[in-house]
Design a protein around this ligand. Structure first.
Ligand code: THU
Length: 156
């Protein structure tokens, strides 16, 4: 029997078309991107996380000369939220990226391990985590939940 996994996502033409609160989140991700430590890949990533209290956590990629020792922007932000605000649910995560590592028409989208961490963050709360992926074109791809990014994810 053939089964299907389907999900919908929204494509917002520009950042200005987002509600004000989400524009603030995009600005926070861009500010974080500007502080990324990425001397090896020269690919800067910024992530911002909106908590239910209204607090915004910012993270960026942190690289290391021993390459695997670095960490992605999404996990820096999510682990900071988990470390310092474990009881403040995560409502949204926004991701921006800049650099030549990926082609201009490829999607800005989190890597597999970051999706796995997002899934576990979502499993610790009842609220779904909305994902905003700011594309190089300026379009924003909106997903209602992180589960859509990792079908058949490894969960408890
Ligand atoms: N990177 C992120 O920060 N997030 C992702 O989802 C993908 C990749 C970082 C890791 C590394 O510092 C650089 O981008 C190049 O892979």
């Amino acid at each position: 029997m053939i089964q299907q996994f389907n999900f919908s996502y929204r494509l917002i033409p520009t950042i200005q078309d987002l509600p004000k609160q989400e524009q603030v989140l995009v600005n926070a991700a861009n500010a974080a991107l500007a502080r990324a430590y990425a001397p090896y890949s020269k690919f800067q990533v910024g992530a911002s996380v909106l908590l239910k209290s209204g607090l915004i956590i910012e993270g960026n990629n942190q690289e290391n000369i021993a390459y695997p020792s670095g960490l992605c922007a999404e996990r820096v932000a999510l682990f900071y939220a988990g470390a310092n605000h474990p009881n403040d649910p995560i409502l949204k995560i926004c991701i921006v990226a800049k650099g030549d590592l990926t082609s201009s028409d490829s999607y800005v989208s989190p890597c597999g391990p970051c999706r796995q961490v997002m899934l576990e963050s979502a499993s610790r709360q009842t609220e779904p985590i909305e994902v905003l992926l700011v594309q190089k074109s300026g379009e924003v791809l909106l997903l209602d939940s992180v589960q859509n990014l990792l079908p058949f994810g490894f969960t408890k």
